[in-house]
Design a protein around this ligand. Structure first.
Ligand SMILES: [Zn+2]
Length: 297
């Protein structure tokens, strides 16, 4: 893309041409909150997670206070202080887990989750937790999938990216660099706070991203223990007669995905597979075609 279209809002309304040579001071139209669950350690070692799952949660500016109130409702329900940093681990085995997660159906958000099965990664560099390459990548590439959907529907999108502050040295710079290399983003003219790293304790929306990442990881890791439906056949035939759906068979902890499925980013056909539900490494993703068979209305 060139000229106006290359600005970091992806599509700019003509009114803003005057800002061309100046730092962009427009208010954001959307904010995207990103957090991950699990770790990048070798899955063969004790204590390391089997997978790492990142959640990208996008809210329109005007829906943020509504979405924050949903997080506060969850805290109230499970007896967590308003000011406490809510994490999915507190919900995972809570007696009101189901009730708490059901509150998430009220969210007004668009979501991309990327579960990565670490043992299936072949590239040495990506496997090696020392490089931090895997973590850097999942903090970058899902943006494209999240934005594709909204740029079909609206123009003048101008978003802020909010990441949980990451512990290791150089991570912020590495992630920044990935965005800076993206020719579609006009880094130089963007607001200084276009990319923000902040503490999740200060952000109800980052706490929400942690919950979405945590429940997605729980769902995904549980799927590794069962035989998945062969829905690639349904997908090729496009007949909409999936036997699993007809028999209403639940695959794994279906109630978890059922909550977030309506919010997952979709393609033109309304499918979340590899758009809002992006299983990695590639090649593994076709096993998960069943998410659309089973959860699509
Ligand atoms: Zn199917």
């Amino acid at each position: 893309m060139t000229g106006q279209a290359s600005r970091n809002c992806w599509q700019v309304s003509p009114d803003w041409k005057k800002w061309d040579k100046m730092p962009d001071l427009r208010p954001f139209t959307h904010r995207i909150y990103v957090d991950f669950s699990g770790d990048d350690g070798d899955p063969g070692t004790i204590g390391a997670s089997k997978s790492i799952c990142i959640a990208w949660v996008m809210s329109r500016e005007e829906d943020i206070s509504h979405n924050e109130s949903v997080v506060l409702e969850i805290k109230k329900l499970i007896g967590c202080k308003r000011s406490a940093n809510l994490k999915y681990v507190s919900l995972k085995r809570h007696k009101f887990k189901k009730e708490a997660l059901t509150l998430l159906t009220q969210l007004k958000a668009s979501i991309v989750v990327v579960p990565v099965l670490k043992e299936m990664i072949k590239e040495e560099q990506l496997r090696d937790p020392q490089t931090k390459l895997l973590v850097d990548l999942i903090h970058y590439f899902p943006l494209d999938r999240l934005i594709r959907g909204i740029s079909r529907e609206s123009t003048g999108i101008y978003f802020q990216l909010v990441f949980d502050q990451v512990g290791w040295k150089g991570c912020k710079e590495a992630i920044e660099n990935l965005f800076k290399q993206d020719k579609r983003l006009d880094w130089k003219n963007a607001r200084k706070d276009w990319l923000l790293f902040t503490k999740s304790g200060n952000s109800l929306m980052l706490q929400l991203a942690d919950i979405v990442a945590g429940m997605s990881r729980e769902y995904f890791e549980d799927l590794q223990l069962i035989t998945l439906p062969p829905c690639n056949v349904c997908w090729i035939k496009r007949t909409n007669t999936c036997a699993f759906k007809r028999k209403r068979e639940a695959v794994g902890k279906a109630s978890l995905l059922k909550i977030i499925y309506p919010m997952l980013a979709k393609n033109e056909r309304g499918d979340a597979w590899d758009v809002g539900f992006v299983v990695r490494p590639p090649g593994l993703n076709t096993r998960y075609l069943f998410v659309d068979c089973l959860f699509k209305k």
